[in-house]
Design a protein around this ligand. Sequence first.
Ligand code: 3H9
Length: 706
Amino acid sequence: MSEMVKVGKQGDVMVITIDNPPVNALSPGVPEGIASAIDQLNADADVRAAVLIGAGKTFVAGADIKEFAKMTSGKKERGPGLLPFLLKIEDSKKPVIVAIHGQALGGGLELAMAGHYRVASGAAQVGQPEVKLGIIPGAAGTQRLPRLAGVAAALEMCTEGKPIPAATALSLGIVDKIIEGDLLEGAVAFAREVAASGRTAFPKTRARNEKLGAMRDNELLFENVRASVRKKQRGLKAPLAAIDAVEAATREPFESGCATEQKIFTECLHSEQSKALIHVFFAEREVAKIPDVPKDTATIPIRSAVVIGAGTMGGGIAMVLANAGIPVTLKETEQAALDRGLATIGKNYAGSVKRGRMTQADVDERMKRIASTTEWDGVAGADLVIEAVFESMALKKEIFAQLDALAKPGAILASNTSTLSIDEIASSTKRPESVIGLHFFSPANVMKLLEVVRGKATSKEVIATSMQLAKKIGKIGVLVGNCRGFVGNRMFQPYRREAQFLVEEGAEIAAVDKALYDWGMAMGPLSTADLAGLDIGWRIRKEHRHLEKPGVRQPLAEDKLCEMGRFGQKTRAGWYRYDEQRRQVADPEVAELVRGWSREKGIEPREISPEEIVERCVYALVNEGARILEEGFALRAVDIDIIYLNGYGFPAHRGGPMWYADSVGLKKVYERVCEFEQAHGENWRPAPLLQQLAEQGKSFADFQRS
Ligand code: 3H9
């Protein structure tokens, strides 16, 4: 018997326990172990039924995702897959009751559906999340789920990939009973009832066709779901593939439906999208691991917090802390500013209630956690202070000196700065080890990314606590070093520069945005600039003119637009114009102006293809990313990828900028960067690391800092 599957008995009921920590993935050995247990069940005259359950915190989180890369790289044959093992369970002469706690996801739910009955604890969840990995269910999930839950529910679960709670699974017919109290005890009792019922045959999901629906109704349903997926999951292939597979369940007998599913599954598994999304799955977990801050580093309990500044960022941060159950005091200098900040928080929460994301009771509870003050009174008792005032070093230093005087020893003093040096801010305190950057992205209550900026003196406890806090407040924390713009904004600057250059060279404004949007970015770079405000970069550039190298081309357009008072959406004019409802409209005047400015600079307009637009902008990200990696401001290429995916609308199915460059091939990327350097000068000087890896035939993923 496999080590990962244990067999025991409770009287006349066999208990088969999957024990493959941490999440009971169906790694090699697990399906074989279950199959052998089913043989034992049918051979043992003393048992009348079996309960199949998971050890530890969850039932089964699906197939072992690590195995997929081995298959697609040719290191491993795919083999027979899980299907024969599942048929063996379904064909067992004695009933198999699957007991679900934690999650039954992907192959875990497929395994459960092959049992004759399913019971679940109240807090359990079930789902087919494969689309999030760019694949579809590959062990008859698309064939058994519509038979249990109906076609519409199966389509929703297989295309969106969101797990559903046990109560919903019960109402859909996916589980047969919710067990209150001890799951194993309840499942064994259920098994005895089934065994005592006198039945000689037990329900096989694959034979239950009554929920597959009428063909005509289905056709309309498929059409609607395809249209909605194309809109909501733009550019993703797996959700559409999942619909094809579910459709096969309604058109073909079970066996041939399974064969269709296998074919589609294999195509998806070998796609670039799936490789990228699987990379993202592991990358999201990798960023939590910091080589010199081990998992067992002591952390500081965060029982209360103060946020300084009640503007858009400060208010959003206060909401995020309150949502996670942390009492927070919002501090402003003027009562009027505080009132405005609180009103915005109230408005944002009201929006969540309106959209059905929260109840009024949830909001009341959260609002109770947000206190407000114009004094410094909360600081002394706080475990965490987050400063979120506007970007002025002098002001921030003044605030940190004050915090140093007031905060208790050991409290974390964080700045939400997006551009300024954490070390310089920390220098205004006598405890730089307690100072860290917590760079939230706007709107802070929505965006998943938190750049955690490590100063040169920041202590490991403060880093470990900040990374833990990120998880607690539902963010993905990525540790970065203290350089100008940190990782995300430092890379964004050349990306945006190229977008401007392209317009100055003759590309239409809308064409630049469209090329990148069609490529998968959540928004084009010029629309993003209008949203963020063109004036922010303008003010920073004005302060740093002395850093500009003579003879190196600088973008013209945004500075000139700002000089005209066109700051973007906030002034209803930037690259585009905005109507009363903030709807974007093209502005031919801007195109004309840019043409004039370019002419003055002697730039000849030319035809620019969407491919060049994408290469210029995306390779600008990659080249700067390579410098950041080499200089050590990001720990690994995956950290950069996660920042771009969660903070900058980079498409997940392209894996992040560094993964994307690896998938194109660094030799090719490097050659193109060299061509751009020839054509456009010093801005495109290749990063030494890009050159080195390209010449060695390596990838960013291979890069290990020595
Ligand atoms: C599938 O099933 C295809 C089928 O149709 C069959 C085809 C034939 N495999 O997330 P956590 C690791 S596709 C391998 O931090 P949590 C994870 O990397 C699969 N490893 O914990 C991490 O490792 P480390 C469909 C896995 O409590 C550790 O476990 N299923 C797998 O926050 C802890 O994970 C899914 O897509 C796996 N399947 O969340 C579900 N799952 O400690 C994927 C996890 O070294 N999993 N690991 O960094 C999840 O969504 C979450 O892990 C879960 C737990 C909700 C289960």
